[in-house]
Design a protein around this ligand. Structure first.
Ligand code: ATR
Length: 269
């Protein structure tokens, strides 16, 4: 029987992960099964225990269970600990190892797919929830000149910045309206797009050629992408990040990192 994996979430019917991992398996010649797993809102731990008992080799974790997964893991990678959240579990040697590939996925999408190196750059990160926290350490490890974190609730951004105190001289915290200057990369890690809202940052944050990335994606550009494009930015949705975080998880499980370009192209069509 093939090694089994799944993505655990609630809801989960919309997840594109099975399609992505099936494409990776075909391209790398790996034999595996990957399915969707709906866990009851109060039944994440029981679901993971069942998967382990049934011999699954690992799982991805999505909304709303990423924080619970970090608590349940018996071992955490440094980036998962920094994120306080886990999106990838590896079941091996009696352990439930937790990792977080969202940040490396975002960085891979920006650097490799969009072709924008982050070293020495000014990055504006919008939001200070789980999605923003998850990408902080991988972004900092690219050695940007500065990351400005802007959030609707300032105290949440200040608390997040304190958790990355080792990089304090590179991190600034602002309210949306108080962000100053132009940026090389502006990342929307808020969930505002779900409500068709745009974080109200000054127009001047977007310059000609600024990369404006929304972690969300859909059939059409998000309101944030339209807003940024109208101000001269190059826009990008979260589909690349989704494919790249999956490739990082696949590499953790299978020891081979699949080529992502074809998969991303076919998903865009
Ligand atoms: P996620 O896991 O997606 O990050 P979260 O932890 O609930 O979800 O965080 C949501 C983020 O989006 C927060 O930064 C939130 O801002 P607050 O801290 O002020 O709540 C932000 N957010 C949600 N809706 C927003 C909106 N309409 N405009 C601006 N920011 C919004």
């Amino acid at each position: 029987m093939s090694d089994r994996y799944c993505v655990i979430g609630n809801p989960i019917a919309h997840s594109k992960s099975p399609q992505i991992h099936a494409a990776f398996a075909a391209r790398t010649g790996q034999e595996l099964d990957y399915e969707r797993c709906l866990a009851p809102l109060d039944g994440f731990e029981a679901t993971v225990r069942r998967l382990v008992d049934e011999g699954y080799r690992g799982a991805n974790v999505t909304v709303p269970f990423k924080l619970e997964a970090a608590k349940l893991a018996t071992r955490l990678s440094e980036r998962a600990r920094a994120a306080g959240a886990v999106n990838t579990l590896v079941f091996a040697d009696g352990e439930i190892a937790g990792d977080n590939t969202d940040g490396p996925g975002l960085v891979a999408d920006i650097v490799r797919n969009a072709g924008v190196a982050l070293g020495g750059k000014r990055i504006l990160l919008l939001g200070a929830g789980g999605a923003a926290r998850g990408v902080m350490l991988p972004l900092l490890l690219e050695d940007p000149r500065e990351i400005v974190v802007a959030n609707r609730t300032l105290a949440t951004a200040e608390a997040m910045a304190r958790d990355f105190a080792a990089y304090a001289e590179r991190i600034a915290v602002r309210g949306f309206a108080d962000v100053e200057g132009g940026f090389d990369v502006v990342i929307n890690a808020t969930s505002a797009s779900l409500a068709a809202d745009v974080p109200p940052v000054p127009d001047s944050v977007f310059c000609q050629g600024t990369l404006a990335l929304d972690m969300m994606y859909g059939n059409k550009p998000t309101v944030y992408m339209d807003f940024a494009a109208a101000r001269g930015a190059v826009v990008r949705d979260g589909l690349g990040m989704l494919v790249e975080q999956a490739a990082e998880a696949f590499a953790l499980w299978r020891g081979v990192r699949p080529d992502t370009a074809d998969v991303l192209n076919s998903m865009r069509q």
